[in-house]
Ligand binder design. Structure first.
Ligand SMILES: C[S@@+](CC[C@H](N)C(=O)[O-])C[C@H]1O[C@@H](n2cnc3c(N)ncnc32)[C@H](O)[C@@H]1O
Length: 161
């Protein structure tokens, strides 16, 4: 079940204006991934991408970046503000991603995973990720339980070093 709080144009415009972009966190993710994928980064998927301000930060590091979101209003802003050739957007729920299995190098969700059906999303992220691919959940509420074994705990212990 997807939550739909980002539907009104005034709401999404205010969000675009005041959202802080997570440059430093993106750099940490890339540093973390480098040795595992030998710096060959093909496809990143930013789930719950919203207006795409965080999505475009991935563009310099990947051949292709796809932002996904359930909100047409958010995706409309993302497309309108997109300046990167290798970034595109698709409407899709986090729990059913429009990618083949084992295709994606990095799945991110920035200030978004708390809205998802997390058990279904985590299973879906594992399906689309390549072996040694990376799932990065960024947000302000990481004291919430993550329900997928030790995988995400391991990641956060690494990235907080
Ligand atoms: C707080 S915004 C964050 C947007 C963006 N990642 C950022 O950092 O600015 C959360 C986004 O998640 C999207 N969302 C919520 N539930 C979703 C779901 N189940 N599947 C896909 N997107 C979802 C909302 O439409 C919204 O755009």
């Amino acid at each position: 079940m997807a939550f739909r709080f980002f539907e009104e144009s005034a709401h999404v415009a205010a969000y675009l204006q005041y959202r802080v972009t997570p440059h430093e966190l993106i750099n940490k993710i890339i540093d973390f991934m480098g040795p595992k994928l030998q710096n060959k980064f093909n496809l990143a998927v930013d789930v719950g991408c919203g207006n795409g301000k965080g999505t475009v930060l991935l563009a310099p590091y990947f051949n292709q970046v796809v932002g996904t979101d359930v909100s047409p209003a958010q995706l409309g802003l993302a497309r309108a503000n997109s300046i990167r050739q290798n970034v595109s957007y698709r409407q899709s729920p986090a729990e059913q991603l429009p990618f083949e299995s084992s295709q994606v190098d990095l799945v991110t969700a920035t200030t978004a995973a708390h809205w998802f059906d997390r058990p279904r999303f985590l299973k879906e992220a594992e399906r689309v990720l390549k072996p040694n691919g990376c799932l990065a959940l960024l947000g302000n509420m990481m004291d919430r339980a993550l329900e997928y074994g030790d995988a995400t705990r391991f990641f956060f212990s690494q990235i907080n070093k």
